[in-house]
Design a protein around this ligand. Structure first.
Ligand SMILES: [Fe+2]
Length: 426
């Protein structure tokens, strides 16, 4: 990426975060239904804090923050920077106001543009690398903005919508096709290379540190389902007592089902006997051919077990996805709700619908080394007790997806746009 295009990309991505707020009422900016979600206003401020903390304070001489206390308020989890305001109470931050947070963003943007225009800066390479990281970080928060907001809006019995745009109803004939036995794409496996060469990635498409280094893995022959599990298919699991039959569940997953009294996916509702689902476009008909979404890893695993299949490993997924990778495939516009599978490729719905749970634990690749200093806390310290998800979703920012991307959440988490692509041995 050239330096000019980096500045343009910075500006575009920063602008996108504000555009996403256009449909909000001012009361929405502080919503935080649970500790694991963050309010829209906090996302706006924290992403600015990231540029301020890792670029402006260390590298722009004379930079003045508008308020020293923001370092504490908007630090997410970087212990190397300092202590942090309670995550569970971010919704209580009625000050700084929305207007003041937007001024903070503008202040950071002006300073960033000054910093990036200094082509003789002695730390130029570090500036460029960290700016790229900050831009990708902001895109991650753009997705969290949507998933957190959806969760918080759902806590309101009025079920407010975020935006009104919604497509035409699905074709029931196509939905019926998708509800039948999955079609499979087969892969020979063998010794394959996965991951990214992070050290030489500076001139290539971006990669987070957790995507590298390159490593070799052996894959036995396997098949992946061409499409994601649909609502109709998942309904069959529910109707077959899926949430009441421990034989399909991992022990930890079964405990979570009992504790939370789960009986169906998050956002599934019935109204006057009709299957409905809550979406960012409000309460909608639960389309049978759309992917089952907002599933935890435990639910994904239990479904796979019930279906006589399994979840893919992250390496199977990546190996198969690389074979049909093109930017065009991943550049689907954000539609904020997953849609029915269409197309001819061996694997459909890789990036633009639901993240796909894998059965792989989120652990470092051989040779992984986090960066020195606080910025090294970005990914590495979360490599315990989480599962990897691959692909992307209908809420993922444009240009943010790639085959080597490793998303990660706890297996009980289900507020992300997460679904199921089945795998099996052949
Ligand atoms: Fe963050």
């Amino acid at each position: 990426m050239t330096e000019n295009s980096l500045l343009t990309r910075y500006q575009q991505v920063r602008q996108q975060s504000l555009l996403a707020c256009d449909p909000l009422q001012v009361e929405d900016y502080g919503l935080q239904a649970e500790a694991f979600t963050s309010p829209p206003k906090w996302h706006l401020a924290h992403t600015s804090w990231f540029f301020e903390t890792f670029l402006l304070k260390p590298f722009l001489p004379g930079y003045q923050t508008p308020d020293e206390r923001y370092e504490f308020l908007f630090n997410s989890y970087y212990n190397g920077v300092g202590s942090q305001f309670s995550r569970a109470h971010r919704g209580l931050l009625s000050r700084p106001s929305v207007d003041v947070v937007k001024q903070y963003r503008a202040h950071v943007d002006t300073a960033m543009e000054r910093l990036l225009s200094d082509s003789d800066h002695q730390h130029r390479q570090t500036l460029l690398e960290r700016t790229r990281l900050g831009v990708e970080h902001e895109q991650q928060h753009q997705e969290l903005f949507y998933t957190d907001l959806k969760y918080s809006l759902y806590a309101n019995p009025l079920l407010p919508e975020y935006s009104g745009s919604v497509g035409a109803p699905d074709s029931d004939a196509r939905a019926g096709e998708l509800a039948r036995e999955p079609q499979w794409s087969e892969y020979a496996g063998g010794l394959v290379t996965v991951g990214r060469d992070i050290d030489s990635a500076s001139d290539q498409a971006f990669a987070f540190d957790n995507e590298g280094p390159l490593n070799s893995v052996f894959l036995a022959p396997f098949a992946l389902a061409r499409t994601l599990v649909t609502n109709a298919q998942f309904q069959n699991f529910v109707d077959d007592g899926g949430y009441r039959r421990p034989e399909f569940w991992l022990a930890d997953g079964w405990a979570v089902v009992q504790e939370n009294k789960w009986q169906q996916p998050l956002y599934w509702l019935e109204r006057e006997g009709k299957p409905m689902q809550f979406t960012l476009h409000g309460l909608q008909r639960r389309e049978p051919g759309q992917p089952a979404c907002h599933l935890s890893g435990y639910e994904a695993d239990a479904y796979a077990s019930w279906a006589g299949a399994r979840l893919p490993t992250e390496f199977e997924w990546e190996h198969a996805a690389v074979e049909q990778w093109s930017q065009a495939v991943a550049s689907d516009a954000r539609k904020l709700h997953p849609t029915m599978a269409e197309g001819e490729e061996p694997l459909l719905q890789l990036y633009g619908d639901c993240w796909q749970w894998t059965g792989s634990a989120y652990r470092p690749y051989p040779g992984f080394r986090p960066a020195a200093g606080a910025i090294g806390e970005y990914n590495g310290k979360f490599m315990a007790n989480q599962w990897v998800l691959r692909g992307g979703s209908c809420a993922t920012s444009q240009g943010h997806s790639r085959p080597s991307y490793r998303n990660f959440f706890y297996p009980q988490d289900r507020w992300q746009f997460s679904g199921i692509r089945l795998a099996r041995d052949i």
